[in-house]
Design a protein around this ligand. Structure first.
Ligand SMILES: [Zn+2]
Length: 414
């Protein structure tokens, strides 16, 4: 079971100074900043998923890449751009996709199979996913009810995706491309997904990505996979697009899933309300100490004269000081929480005092074997700015990998 991490140009600067909150004067981002597979010790990801929409942008908006980064990716190729061959452990595979989520509202995909193939060939991907169109919705009733309100749209999107897969594979053959092609199955029910898989196998695909399952409940995903495994030719491999559900991973394997991609462990670090820092057995809430001048609501209150800027900065600094002292063993958890609560009187966040008490008492960063925690100390627990938040995201990836290995080991031991 291979874990692919979707690229969104998330990097950390190893030279960032937590005390002054400044980057080294001579920092060169593209040279000095590190991706997850470089920042973490040991083997963490099996593959990198890079989306054309994130690289090139779409009609609706810019991508995550600057023009210079984009040019360098095309010129140097994906392996060199991400310095993949220097990552520890087995070689990291590269997979390209077209980024269907970015055009989900359009009538038909705005990219052609040849444009996507150009992207895969020029960047030198190992694997490339055909152009697809996401079906948002899940309702087996649409299989049989001719008056189902979504039936026509769903059927049309599935047919578009299958037609594009057909063209994509034919163009790959005509152009003698070397990457491994994946067709995409989109559906709205176990039976409709299975029908898509049968068609893709008939077209000639042995690798099939399963799309549109992100919003489904675990039981619905499993119902689809059961049906799909019955439709699967023995040599066909499934890739689950955007699905984690780590506790079901063994079941996924038994249904023919050989790879998946997910950002959720990483993104929970700074998107979740409370499950921000993961450990082998539980999650903790990150400690919110936003920058006075980096937190829009506070900034607005200062501008409106409702909050005294100097007082806010004084309380923010008191928090940072107390947290560093706590990490050094020079103050108590109670003192830290007092400082946090004083700052929170201004911020007006919900009261996290009991969650903070837990994480301060347990001090999980002190026992984590990942080198992010070893270097950043308590800073990895601070919900504050991208350097700290992304470090916590990378730490979560490290933990995710360990937990995934544990699940898979338990499976193979059975
Ligand atoms: Zn860690």
């Amino acid at each position: 079971m291979k874990f692919f991490f979707p690229d969104s140009q998330d990097q950390i600067d190893p030279g960032f100074d937590f005390g002054t909150e400044e980057h080294p004067v001579l920092r060169v981002r593209q040279r000095d900043d590190l991706y997850a597979h470089e920042a973490l010790n040991g083997h963490v990801i099996d593959g990198l998923l890079v989306s054309k929409a994130i690289v090139d942008g779409t009609a609706g908006g810019a991508g995550k890449y600057t023009a210079a980064q984009r040019n360098r990716l095309y010129r140097a190729g994906v392996r060199h751009f991400f310095r993949l061959d220097q990552a520890p452990g087995p070689a990291v595979q590269t997979m390209g996709d077209c980024g269907a989520f970015n055009y989900v509202r359009e009538e038909i995909p705005p990219v052609t199979p040849d444009q996507v193939i150009d992207f895969y060939v020029e960047c030198g991907f190992d694997l490339g996913i055909s152009v697809d169109h996401v079906i948002f919705g899940f309702d087996p009733a649409a299989d049989t009810d001719p008056h189902h309100p979504q039936r026509e749209q769903w059927r049309s999107r599935q047919q578009i995706t299958l037609d594009l897969a057909d063209t994509f594979l034919a163009r790959c053959k005509a152009r003698k491309t070397r990457f491994g092609p994946l067709g995409v199955a989109q559906g709205w029910s176990p039976a409709s997904y299975a029908a898509a898989v049968r068609t893709l196998q008939k077209i000639g695909y042995t690798r099939i990505a399963l799309g549109g399952m992100v919003p489904l409940k675990t039981g619905e995903i499993l119902a689809c996979l059961r049906e799909l495994s019955a439709a699967r030719d023995p040599g066909t491999q499934f890739h689950l697009l955007g699905i984690t559900r780590r506790s079901n991973i063994s079941q996924f394997v038994s249904y023919g899933v050989t790879s998946f991609d997910s950002t959720s462990a990483f993104r929970q670090a700074f998107k979740d309300d409370k499950d921000n820092y993961h450990t082998a057995n539980r999650t903790y809430t990150a400690i919110r100490v936003p920058q006075v001048d980096g937190y829009p609501r506070l900034k607005a209150q200062i501008l409106a004269g409702q909050v005294d800027q100097d007082a806010a900065i004084e309380r923010e600094r008191a928090c940072l000081r107390a947290l560093q002292e706590y990490d050094a063993g020079d103050t108590s958890a109670r003192q830290v929480i007092n400082a946090l609560q004083r700052y929170n009187e201004i911020l007006g966040f919900e009261d996290y005092a009991s969650a903070y008490k837990e994480v301060l008492d347990d001090a999980p960063w002190k026992t984590c074997p990942c080198n992010i925690c070893a270097k950043a100390g308590i800073n990895v627990l601070l919900f504050r700015g991208s350097e700290r938040n992304k470090r916590r995201g990378f730490h979560n990836l490290y933990v995710f990998r360990r937990r995934l290995d544990r699940e898979l080991d338990a499976r193979s031991a059975v």
